[in-house]
Design a protein around this ligand. Structure first.
Ligand code: TXA
Ligand code: MG
Length: 321
């Protein structure tokens, strides 16, 4: 692997794209100091050029190369959660390229918690800009095979670090505004963050500006139309679908209540962390069945906030392209 890491760092220095594992999802990386390299990310993903990217750092010690006027809260959160599934939005240093920030005065920074990502970052010794390594709007990759399926030749090298342990994207916390705000929920919750800051942060509403592309209503989406159903209406919904002669794929935390020939039933872990861990692989698997519909049990409760966020966006974007 050491050889692979050296090769990956060399490719990044030459302005090429390298996909690498993180604990959340696989990233599509480029040298964050090289605008031409960063432009390749947007081309490979088919992503609008004004959407800002997260810069991955080897350690919190690199923060002030990228951000200025760093508040004490940033150091406290970095100390508590890095390396880990947390992205901090801070005021940028003037030399951070617009290609990264989408022309905004802020930059998103995180230290990922994956041994390969950290080795790569230490070897590269600078920032790696990396969105999730999927085509724009589609399901994020949590294995190297997902990346290959989605991006194939567009990426020079894919480092295979096995399945991601968290499974959904990092929590994004904006520390550049007067009130600390969560822009994208993740498995690190507002309560976890509040415990460190001494005050629970605001959580941006559904109408959050689309400058955070993960906050576009339609995102993380399968091609098959996907609907969310509360437990109690799930079986009624299924009976209707069967009467209508539909083939249905179901993702639920409990087994099928009765035999249904046109229904493919997949049982997901009943805890939020387990459900999140498997979520994108499960959505890909169900999408590949080519059913008329994917029906997902709608989770409820605070602990499911990040999972529910991704499911709603998957539902909103499903059934197109
Ligand atoms: O877990 C993750 O965060 C993964 C892994 C690869 O680290 N990355 C990821 O990247 O999810 P991406 O590009 O798919 O989503 C990053 C989000 C986007 O919604 C982007 O708009 C937002 O971060 N973002 C980046 N910089 C920002 C900024 N300066 N202000 C507001 N949002 C920003
Ligand atoms: Mg993404």
């Amino acid at each position: 692997m050491a050889e692979q890491i050296e090769r990956a760092a060399g490719l990044l220095r030459e302005g090429e794209l390298v996909a690498f594992p993180t604990e959340t999802v696989y990233g599509l990386g480029a040298d964050a100091r090289n605008p031409a390299a960063v432009a390749k990310i947007f081309a490979a993903k088919g992503r609008p050029a004004d959407h800002p990217l997260i810069v991955h750092l080897p350690a919190a010690g690199h923060l002030d190369r990228w951000a200025r006027d760093i508040p004490e809260s940033a150091h406290a959160l970095a100390k508590a959660f890095w390396p880990g599934p947390l992205t901090l939005i801070l005021k940028r240093q003037p030399d951070v390229t617009d290609a990264i920030t989408g022309g905004q005065d802020t930059v998103g920074l995180r230290v990922p918690n994956h041994p390969l990502a950290l080795e790569l970052l230490h070897s590269f010794d600078s920032g790696i800009a990396a969105p999730s390594a999927n085509r724009f709007g589609r399901i994020s990759p949590t294995t190297a095979a997902h990346v290959r399926d989605d991006l194939g030749d567009a990426v020079s090298l894919i480092l295979d670090g096995g399945p991601c342990t968290v499974g959904i994207e990092s929590t994004i916390v904006d520390l550049s505004r007067p009130r600390t705000t969560i822009l994208r929920p993740g498995m690190l919750s507002a309560i976890d963050i509040g415990r460190v800051l001494g005050r629970v942060p605001d959580v941006a509403g559904d109408l959050q500006s689309p400058r955070v592309s993960g906050s576009l209503a339609a995102h993380y989406a399968p091609r098959t139309p996907l609907v969310l159903m509360p437990d109690d209406s799930l079986s009624i919904e299924l009976r209707n679908a069967i009467v209508a002669q539909e083939r249905v794929a179901v993702l639920a935390t409990f087994p099928a209540p009765f035999e249904m020939p046109q229904v493919f039933w997949h049982i997901a872990p009943a805890d939020p962390a387990g459900f999140a861990h498997d979520l994108y692989a499960n959505l890909r698997r169900l999408d590949a069945l080519g059913c008329d519909r994917i029906v997902v049990q709608k989770p409820t409760g605070q602990a499911w906030l990040a999972v529910l966020d991704r499911l709603k966006r998957a539902a909103a974007g499903s059934g197109s392209r």
